[in-house]
Design a protein around this ligand. Structure first.
Ligand SMILES: Cc1cc2nc3c(=O)[nH]c(=O)nc-3n(C[C@H](O)[C@H](O)[C@H](O)COP(=O)(O)OP(=O)(O)OC[C@H]3O[C@@H](n4cnc5c(N)ncnc54)[C@H](O)[C@@H]3O)c2cc1C
Length: 516
């Protein structure tokens, strides 16, 4: 092993492995030799179909065409999530978490202004994007260039196809070496670093830095190095998922432009619209319900939402261990993707963590082994912070629910299951809205606006201060109302000007989008 870091070996060819390969190869060109080893015997997890808007920058950075991505990954546009039934399960219980910031977010006291409009949902008053989603509009026009947006967007995609799409680009265009082989043993150097991966047919693949992208098995960081898994099962209880793919009832009909997340008795279901099919799944807690009951819930949900009853054999079961490794970077090994942790699919936080980890690794790539530990320590601090914030944010969705239909929801409200920091924030937010002071880092995954959408969407109300609403600013209501009018006007104009989501996808697939 050389002192300079030249050979990077990625173990695992799921979404994580190929995203890391793409980012490193695009950024470093020939100054790094990148090899990706993936087993032909171990399938990828095959789920993970909702992304965060960061994926647009990632794909652009890797150098792929967005039109080719839409075509080859059966991708559609995602403008946020719609939460149905999370508050109390009543007839009109829904709210939106869109990707655009509220209109005038940094300028006005929108929360104080919103309190003057009783009965109007927060997200629908402060943002135009929920209205675009409900009207089935795309976030861009035919003439909008690739990766550019009229309204901020992410993607829904076929997880099985993403790996293959990235692999072809990484191998053909970026010079990544691909080894299809099963790793049978890990070779160590005298200093305890990994020196190589012993494979069945390709002997030893040697390297200076090893990226563990082996999924939940965490072959390098977990099995080889024994870095402990910090369980979060006492905070977030969902530990199983059951997934199914169903055809659209009308293949030419409206295509959802947001993830539909519906609360169920012991968890929640996702519903993701791809151009050619829907992907649905039920994430549930095995301590609160049985696998058979869960399959029944999913079956009934598919039928209730217009799908044909799925066959039991078509349903895939996936185990989840909510939690993350105590550290992601140990010696010359970095875990990225499911190997570093997974909490649950709510709010699609997993692929964005892969993108952030790969980006930080790439930008901070140590030049030599001697500087690696300093970079590793920073990386670990950063990702411990991120995991903690992901757990807080996901717990926020459960903790405010008034659902009483099972112990799953009641248990989520038990104070001892709420992380201390979140509990302190909830106390603070009784008097002031979530702000950048609560989420001060540059690369927060979920900014304060996301907390506002969920908090107020879930029915949380700040306490009125002596002397009026939550704002002390005298012109607050007039200013906020101006922004609410702006959001309404934008939504009216955009609904008139934007194509339907289905039309936009069909156009991008057939004719492509302009490249800059
Ligand atoms: C139910 C569920 C829903 C999800 N939904 C979302 C979502 O909506 N949005 C989101 O962002 N994320 C989601 N995720 C997470 C997302 O699926 C993952 O982050 C993503 O797929 C990355 O997985 P991975 O590449 O880390 O692991 P995997 O896909 O499991 O890949 C592991 C790789 O390691 C290789 N490997 C393993 N052992 C060996 C060996 N001995 N030798 C060689 N190779 C080996 C395998 O061949 C495979 O290529 C979801 C996860 C679950 C469980």
């Amino acid at each position: 092993m050389s002192e300079a870091i030249r050979d990077v070996v990625i173990l695992g060819g799921g979404s994580a492995g190929w995203l890391v390969a793409g980012i490193l190869a695009a950024d470093h060109g020939r100054s790094l030799r990148i090899t990706l080893v993936e087993s032909p015997d171990v399938a990828t997890v095959g789920v993970g179909e909702g992304t965060w808007p960061t994926m647009r920058d990632t794909l652009r950075r890797i150098g792929v065409s967005e039109s080719a991505f839409i075509r080859e990954c059966d991708a559609s546009f995602k403008q946020g999530s719609k939460f149905i039934g999370w508050r109390d399960g009543g007839a009109h219980d829904h709210y939106h978490h869109p990707f655009v910031l509220p209109q005038g977010y940094l300028d006005a006291d929108l929360v104080g202004g919103w309190l003057q409009h009783p009965g109007v949902p927060f997200g629908e008053l402060v943002s135009f994007q929920p209205h675009l989603c409900e009207a089935g509009r795309a976030p861009k026009q035919f003439a909008t260039p690739e990766f550019a947006a009229v309204a901020n967007y992410a993607y829904h995609l076929d997880a099985g196809k993403l790996g293959g799409f990235l692999r072809r680009h990484c191998v053909d265009m970026l010079g990544v070496r691909h080894v299809s082989d099963h790793v049978t043993a890990i070779e160590s150097g005298d200093n305890g670093d990994i020196s190589g991966l012993r494979t069945r047919d390709h002997d030893i693949v040697a390297g200076d830095l090893f990226i563990d992208c082996t999924g939940m098995r965490a072959l390098l960081l977990g099995e080889h190095y024994g870095i402990a898994h910090a369980s979060q099962g006492h905070v977030l209880f969902t530990d199983r998922a059951i997934a199914v793919q169903v055809p659209h009832a009308d293949p030419e009909g409206p295509l959802a432009c947001q993830t539909l997340s519906t609360a169920q008795r012991c968890g929640w279901t996702w519903d993701i619209g791809l151009p050619s099919r829907r992907g649905l799944g039920y994430v549930y807690s095995s301590a609160h319900t049985s696998d058979d009951e869960a399959a029944d819930v999913l079956r009934r949900h598919v039928v209730a939402t217009g799908g044909a009853e799925p066959d039991g054999a078509a349903m895939r079961r996936i185990g989840i261990r909510p939690g993350y490794r105590e550290r992601s970077w140990h010696r010359n090994c970095v875990a990225i993707g499911l190997s570093s942790g997974f909490v649950e699919p709510l709010e699609a936080s997993s692929l964005v963590l892969v993108e952030l980890a790969a980006t930080m690794l790439s930008e901070q790539m140590p030049a030599t082994r001697a500087t690696m530990d300093t970079v590793a320590s920073r990386f670990n601090d950063s990702f411990t912070y991120r995991w903690e914030r992901v757990v807080d944010f996901l717990k926020l969705h459960y903790v405010l629910s008034a659902r009483e239909d099972s112990d799953f929801w009641r248990d989520h409200r038990r104070p001892e299951t709420i992380p201390d920091r979140l509990r302190a924030m909830l106390e603070l937010w009784r008097h002031q809205p979530p702000s950048r002071y609560d989420l001060p880092r540059v690369d927060e995954i979920f900014p304060s606006a996301s907390y506002q959408y969920v908090l107020y969407g879930m029915g949380f109300r700040p306490e009125a201060r002596t002397g009026g609403g939550p704002s002390r600013r005298v012109d607050a209501a007039a200013k906020a109302n101006g922004y609410f009018r702006e959001a309404a006007e934008l939504s009216r104009r955009m609904i008139a000007a934007l194509p339907s989501h289905r039309e936009m996808i069909a156009h991008a697939t057939r004719h492509g989008m302009p490249r800059l």
